[in-house]
Design a protein around this ligand. Structure first.
Ligand SMILES: O=P(O)(O)OC[C@H]1O[C@H](OP(=O)(O)OP(=O)(O)O)[C@H](O)[C@@H]1O
Ligand code: HPA
Ligand SMILES: [Mg+2]
Length: 200
């Protein structure tokens, strides 16, 4: 999400980080459950890629940054990392525009590599459908997706997901990489926003 243009900074000052309590409806995934699941995913990925020669994790910035760094520490096969930034949500918009564009490309040639895309959430599916289409033209040896959250009810475009942390209901969530108008990515849990209170 991009910051809403002209939005008042009611809750957004860094000094006011504790204010998220006023619009936190519920904690959907607490920190311990999140970390336990990430450890399981890491174990599964380590098993599945034990024979991979050149595993490459691709983090979709910015939302996936927390997940990728934690997940990577549970993957005990050698791997490298790269980063790619994609934008699909309009400023201050909680619905995808469907118009996806790449704002920062990879530095790595993925031809012949085992590539695992690491994403924080799949919502409409537009972002990852675009990324998959783009990266498959670069001829990786394999191309799979690992997403922390799957908001399956909102899907507009089907994307094949190899690893899912949690399937979640159709609620706007924040924390652990997911932003609310660019803030609160640092929270260690996934929370549900009370949009009535937040947008007041
Ligand atoms: O399945 P979709 O409907 O396409 O939505 C999912 C994407 O939207 C969010 O990113 P966003 O574009 O808001 O940027 P960010 O990662 O920098 O927050 C999220 O991190 C996913 O990348
Ligand atoms: O629920 C969400 N929260 C934050 N960012 C998002 N991008 C897509 N869905 C979401
Ligand atoms: Mg993102």
């Amino acid at each position: 999400m991009k910051p809403a243009a002209g939005r008042t900074m009611k809750f957004h000052g860094i000094d006011n980080m504790e204010d998220y309590h006023s619009f936190l409806k519920e904690i959907l995934v607490p920190e311990d459950k999140l970390q336990a699941r990430i450890a399981e995913l890491g174990k599964q990925i380590s098993h599945d890629y034990k024979d991979a020669q050149q595993l490459l994790l691709i983090c979709i910035l910015r939302g996936a940054v927390m997940f990728m760094t934690d997940l990577s520490r549970h993957i005990d096969v050698p791997h490298s990392m790269d980063f790619m930034a994609i934008s699909s949500y309009g400023a201050g918009n909680r619905n995808t525009s469907g118009m996806v564009r790449i704002t920062m490309d990879l530095n790595t040639n993925i031809c012949g590599r085992d590539v695992l895309i690491v994403e924080d959430i799949i919502d409409s599916g537009n972002t990852l459908a675009y990324v998959l289409r783009l990266l498959s033209t670069r001829k990786p040896k394999s191309l799979n997706i690992c997403t922390l959250l799957d908001k399956a009810e909102r899907r507009e475009v089907e994307v094949p997901i190899r690893y899912t942390g949690f399937t979640i209901p159709n609620k706007f969530v924040f924390g652990y990489g997911l932003d609310l108008d660019e803030y609160y990515r640092n929270l260690p849990f996934i929370g549900v926003v009370d949009l009535e209170r937040y947008e007041g």
